[in-house]
Ligand binder design. Sequence first.
Ligand code: ATP
Ligand code: MG
Length: 426
Amino acid sequence: MTVELINTGSELMLGRVLNTHQQWLCRRLSDAGYNVVRQVAVADTGEHIQQAVRESLSRADLVITTGGLGPTSDDITRDLIAQLLCKRLHRDKHVLAQIKAAFKARKRSMIDSVLVQTLVPEGALVLPNPNGTAPGLAIEVNPNPFRPDGAASWLIMLPGPPRELRPMFTDGAMPLLRRVLPSRTAFVCRTLRTSGVPESLVQEAIGKRLHKLVKAGLDVGYCARVGQVDVRLSAKGTRAAVLVREAERVVGRRLGENIYGFDDDDVESSIIRLLTKRKRTLSLAESCTGGLLANRITNVSGASAVFLAGLVTYANSEKENQLGVRPESLRTFGAVSKTVCQEMAQGVREKTGSDYAISVTGIAGPSGGTKMKPVGTVFIGFAGPKGSCVERHFNPFDRQTFKEVTTSQALDLLRRQIKQHDFEGR
Ligand code: ATP
Ligand code: MG
């Protein structure tokens, strides 16, 4: 079964809105065994929308469109598709009642322009929209005049706003698909997330060992992100689960502690989990990352149980005042040095009384570099009950990338140290 996705919206083509529907829908569809083979984004013009729908209907068993179901003049998807399929639009009593109720609930009087959303092409099914006024629509195009063999296709129209589209897809479109177009191919996908190992080494460690499974139908994908590499193991068909499980065992054995999580996990969540489980606390002393490390940690719900404080000590004076870094260390070695970094980690740990502490000091650039310490030089320190350590890295990137890479390295150091301390403590 083939699926094509058409995202409509001039805001997408003007680069004003990121096309998150593409990722979100493709992920849900592939997890459910539906194979998305093509996706296009088109501007809100009659010609482009109709051309894209006509083309997709000539190939795919299922075509999904997003956007353009609202009440404004640029919301023309419903009209254009009805026109393309030569279907008359009729006013749907139930949709009208739902829209009236939605306005009443919000204590607002209904404006005439919303009435366009009560129009339903003949033969279409309505997908309720509990989070907005525009319902989704599903049509079986049967016979399908655009397909050379005339075979039927399903066409599903979803609204643009993510908070309306996502629940409608999960609660309305997915159950419908399972009924009218059940996917017969089992699909299993597992992502193992690693940090601290470059992509080429990850592949070297596991590539050959997976060879036999790949020949049996396993698909292996590598996705490198800042400081991290995801290994995606997937397979289709009746042996899919067995193949993926076996591959996961192989990768687990080879990459061991480098794996911090699975599927949608991120490294900061895995750290909060580790700390919570072990009842340990954390504090941070940041300089060049300007609080990004604290931001990443506090993005995780539940961080308050383990995270005590994050100090952004940018000026030397504040490294002394807040963290107790010695003036001699700053004078002798400079703010960006192993010694100062170590004192920052130990200082924030002592000040806050946390079990673990991480410190960061470096030169983000573009100015401020020297021959010995060029732009991109950064020290990352760790302090814990069993001692401290400092790593030196070189991240010669623009400021934003520098911060992202550095915080990923700091999180990786922290994760490994917590695990190591744990191991030594046993
Ligand atoms: P509305 O009733 O809000 O007009 P609609 O069904 O007509 O809904 P659009 O007008 O196409 O949808 O889009 C509404 C908003 O939804 C856009 O301004 C944008 O913020 C968001 N949106 C639309 N398409 C996408 C997309 N592909 N990815 C992420 N957000 C999107
Ligand atoms: Mg709109």
